[in-house]
Design a protein around this ligand. Structure first.
Ligand SMILES: NC(=O)C1=CN([C@@H]2O[C@H](COP(=O)(O)OP(=O)(O)OC[C@H]3O[C@@H](n4cnc5c(N)ncnc54)[C@H](O)[C@@H]3O)[C@@H](O)[C@H]2O)C=CC1
Ligand SMILES: O=C(O)C(=O)COP(=O)(O)O
Length: 465
């Protein structure tokens, strides 16, 4: 038995912890991992499983991707003080929802504005989403929204209910229908702002309904461009795209702060709307400046169809508001949860990063037999990689393959280390501590096939395992 160095922040756990260190055949390289005694609840923690904390109702089809023998799924009513990953939908995630043990967060969906992503980046936690998984569901509702905005369907349905209650439905139906006339989509112009997964499919399908399509997206990807109808008129500004359009669909992310998209559909853009334009907002309520929109709706025949209630707009006579139903189909819920689960499994078990909104795509070929895999999250500053490789060399540990990627202020490394000639784990334990404590390193993992173990963090110069 070896008495580990064990840094403790919380006053309630001021006792050092004894750890069993065994021969490599029965490796416990994590030297305490999975205990995280500093962070509470040992009783409910199951050794040897990844603990996944979920918020919102996540599709059981998606959750079934997590093998029972390696994953312990805990919904938001269950305690999960030692969660290794978080899976959520629109839950507004607080930092206090994220225990120190969390290695990753996945949004079963597209928008990550409900997650404090910059803070998670500082904490070294990759945030993932599921690009395209729910896009078809949203596109169908946008098409539905155009019809709702054209044919006075909601008013008509409400009127029929009220007539029915008075016993007048049959008597009045033919006479009253004149109050609910509408217009057709065919031949009208739709402007699509944001031609990503949802926008590109909306453009394509609206064209097949006989509409003329304009579009605006300064960050158009090749994949999305290939889906666009070849008759699309691509504008070079939002104002140019919306000018003269009968319908405008916004399908862009909501990003707070400077250069963000808060209130991007404001007075300026709205001043280019046709007086009877229908704005479809199945992206986020905060993208639209409510006051400017209300002014527009008050002054003409324009309409607003949205998936999000806003104080000034929800009961305006020219608005139709839905309760954020865009992604609420069985198909979309299954697809988004499955993709999120696969992404988390891949990250936890191999360190691979795909579809992250704050970390670089990173993938190394499979870990060779007998190797252990180190992953390191560090600040993107010069010299950290050199210190890391020096630390391995000092322990005579051979790097078999490695990859180093960066994105903004963060860098991520995956390194496979040969275990040849190292049949005890001390060198790995020692080198993990050394690497974790290099200035600029945020966290490290050793992946060798045992769920839930091998994580270490450098929290303000203190070593946590
Ligand atoms: N109502 C609902 O239930 C759902 C809503 N959404 C919302 O829709 C948004 C878009 O979803 P996806 O199409 O899947 O995302 P996506 O990432 O595939 O597409 C977004 C597109 O917007 C473009 N863009 C960003 N800023 C722009 C700007 N200022 N002007 C013009 N284009 C801009 C990007 O270049 C990208 O091509 C999400 O961020 C989310 O907020 C997504 C899914 C469900
Ligand atoms: O994917 C998105 O961005 C959505 O808005 C879907 O939200 P939901 O998962 O239905 O709460």
């Amino acid at each position: 038995m070896i008495l580990s160095k064990f840094a403790l922040k919380s006053k309630q756990f001021q006792q050092p912890v004894r750890v069993a260190m065994r021969a490599f055949a029965d490796v416990e390289v994590e030297h305490l991992a999975g205990k995280w005694a500093t962070y509470g609840d040992l009783e409910n923690y199951k050794q040897g499983k990844y603990q996944i904390k979920t918020f919102n109702k996540i599709s059981p089809v998606g959750l079934s991707r997590f093998p029972d023998d390696e994953y312990d799924i805990r919904d938001q009513d269950k305690e999960a003080a030692n969660a290794h990953a978080i899976l959520l939908r629109s839950h507004k995630l607080q930092e206090s929802d994220v225990p120190q043990t969390v290695r990753a967060i996945a949004r079963c969906g597209a928008g990550t504005n409900n997650i404090p992503v910059p803070r998670m980046t500082e904490l070294g936690i990759p945030v993932f989403n599921t690009p395209g998984a729910n896009a078809n569901a949203v596109k169908e509702l946008v098409l539905c929204g155009m019809l709702l905005g054209s044919r006075r369907i909601v008013d008509g349905v409400n009127h029929m209910k009220s007539l029915g209650e008075q016993g007048l439905a049959r008597e009045r139906v033919e006479k009253d229908k004149a109050m609910f006339g509408g217009r057709e989509l065919k031949g009208k112009t739709l402007a699509v702002i944001g031609l990503g997964h949802i926008g590109s499919m909306t453009a394509r399908d609206a064209e097949s309904l006989g509409m003329k399509i304009k579009g605006y997206d300064p960050g158009l990807s090749v994949g999305s461009a290939l889906k666009l109808p070849n008759t699309i008129d691509l504008a070079d500004s939002m104002a140019a795209a919306v000018a003269g359009a009968d319908y405008i669909s916004i399908n862009i992310p909501y990003i707070k702060g400077e250069n963000g998209t808060h209130g991007i559909i404001g007075k300026d853009v709205i001043s280019h709307f046709s007086p009877d334009a229908v704005l479809l907002n199945f992206a986020r309520g905060e993208l639209v400046d409510s006051e400017a929109m209300k002014e527009f709706l008050d002054s003409g025949n324009g309409r607003y169809v949205s998936d999000f209630p806003e104080d000034l707009l929800w009961n305006h006579e020219n608005t139709i508001i839905l309760p954020h139903l865009g992604a609420s189909t069985e198909e979309a819920e299954d697809a988004a949860a499955s993709m999120a689960a696969d992404t988390i499994i891949n990250f936890l078990e191999t360190g691979t990063i795909v579809n992250s909104v704050n970390f670089p795509n990173t993938s190394l070929p499979d870990r060779p037999e007998g190797a252990v895999r180190f992953t390191v999250v560090n600040s993107n500053v010069p010299g950290v990689l050199a210190k890391m490789t020096e630390a391995f060399a000092a322990e005579k540990l051979n790097i078999l393959q490695q990859i180093n990627q960066s994105r903004g202020d963060i860098a991520y490394n995956v390194l496979d280390i040969s275990t040849e000639g190292h049949d005890d784990v001390l060198s790995f334990k020692g080198v993990q501590e050394k690497i974790t404590m290099i200035d600029g390193v945020v966290s490290t993992r050793i992946i060798y096939g045992t769920p839930g173990k091998g994580y270490a963090k450098n929290i303000e110069g203190v070593y946590f395992i």
